[in-house]
Design a protein around this ligand. Structure first.
Ligand code: SF4
Length: 402
């Protein structure tokens, strides 16, 4: 299938998106509560933290969504991106015990596991003909250091040179640097030399250390999360960033979180995608969590699209929010939807029931049903292919009985 290319920094985004957005917002009447924000978008100004809070508090969710959808259309028109990937979690053994985590196990628990390098390769072998990215995150294993991961990544690259490796969240990088008694910089350099292509964004949770102390005590601090991604970007390793919401944070915390991420993105322009997802409570230890409604999920997608002007992609993480809300999120500013995935346990152990093991045509249908043009992308948003699917054989139309 013929495709087209982009650079990691522009990641498929229209270079004239700000001018496009200015024209688009000028062509519509908006309610007075949004006029300051609309004026800023029209004149190409960055929204402030107070503007972000205003968007969260605006009474008309759909109007906020319309604004965010324009910001998405200004960058990518009717395109929506997905990739062909598989999740392989190398271990669920973790020395920490974050309260929101349903995945981690202690070494002694009967369902604890740690995949040997051969077992990891066997997992890859099951999907090697179907995917071009493996996404690997896991627990902080007490016995694994950076050398273990160099060997793992090296072996994976030798066997499957065409499969990109997106692996190791910031807290895993911190753990490996401690295990090997080396700096973050050296840890990342060695992993990159072994074949690591990019970092996933997990572990950002909420970048407020008071909140982190309660929900994930012992995890990397907010500044450590940012520093590890900064180091990665300086080495030319692109990464994603995330936000876990619906625990105990405030609206201001969420917007301040976005503000910190966009400021870091200003430095190297290598945050590729922001992935906001709500806390899921099954098998976790956070009864005080406020939980997020679907309204809040859609609003968070929309606010992040409008706030994060220096992060090109906003993902509807269907593993967590399900296909139905993800489909709606594509109309509220998201331009990217999590891919084929094939298998997933972190969100499913916490209560998600989203469909797994999609092929690219099922993904394309999901995007098309939401009203957009499905585009398959590679890991780093530098190669794109349009996926054409036939329209559904039977139109989905209900009979109306007079
Ligand atoms: S979220 Fe990560 S670091 Fe925290 S307990 Fe779970 S696996 Fe460990």
């Amino acid at each position: 299938m013929p495709g087209w290319i982009s650079t990691p920094a522009s990641a498929g985004c229209d270079a004239d998106w700000a001018a496009n957005l200015s024209r688009m917002v000028a062509a519509k009447q908006w309610s007075s509560g949004l006029s300051d924000i609309v004026n800023k978008l029209q004149s190409g100004q960055r929204l402030t933290v107070e503007d972000g809070i205003k968007l969260y508090e605006h009474p008309n969710l759909h109007e906020v969504g319309q604004l965010a959808n324009m910001a998405k259309m200004a960058r990518y028109r009717e395109y929506v991106f997905f990739n062909s990937n598989v999740h392989i979690n190398q271990t669920n053994i973790c020395v920490l015990a974050c309260k929101f985590c349903a995945f981690r196990r202690s070494k002694r628990q009967s369902d604890a596991y740690d995949l040997s390098i051969d077992a990891y390769l066997e997992e890859m072998a099951k999907y090697a003909n179907l995917v071009d990215e493996v996404h690997s995150v896991g627990g902080l294993h007490p016995d694994w250091d950076v050398e273990h991961y160099e060997n793992l990544i090296n072996a994976a690259k030798q066997h499957y040179p065409d499969i990109a490796i997106k692996a190791l969240t910031a807290v895993e990088i911190k753990h490996l640097s401690q295990q090997s008694d080396i700096t973050y910089q050296e840890t990342l350099e060695r992993l990159k030399a072994a074949g690591l292509d990019s970092l996933p964004g997990g572990g950002a949770e909420i970048l407020n250390d008071d909140v982190r102390k309660i929900i994930c005590n012992g995890k990397e601090s907010s500044s450590e999360y940012l520093e590890i991604h900064r180091r990665a970007h300086a080495l030319g390793i692109p990464s994603n960033c995330t936000m876990l919401f619906g625990t105990i944070e405030s609206i201001r915390d969420r917007v301040l979180h976005m503000d910190q991420l966009r400021k870091l993105a200003d430095e190297y322009n290598l945050f590729q995608c922001f992935v906001p997802y709500p806390f899921l409570p099954d098998s976790t230890r956070l009864p005080e969590a406020q939980l997020a409604t679907s309204n809040e999920v859609l609003r968070t997608i929309a606010v992040s699209r409008l706030m994060l002007d220096s992060i090109p992609h906003i993902k509807a993480y269907r593993m967590n929010i399900g296909d139905e809300v993800a489909e709606l999120a594509l109309n509220y500013g998201a331009d990217d939807i999590d891919g084929t995935v094939r298998q997933e346990s972190i969100m499913h152990l916490a209560g998600a029931n989203s469909s797994l093991n999609y092929d690219i045509y099922q993904m394309a249908k999901l995007v098309k049903d939401a009203g957009f043009v499905p585009i398959k992308r590679n890991t780093t948003y530098t190669y794109f292919t349009t996926i054409n699917i036939e329209p559904p054989k039977r139109p989905r139309r209900l009979n109306v009985i007079a």
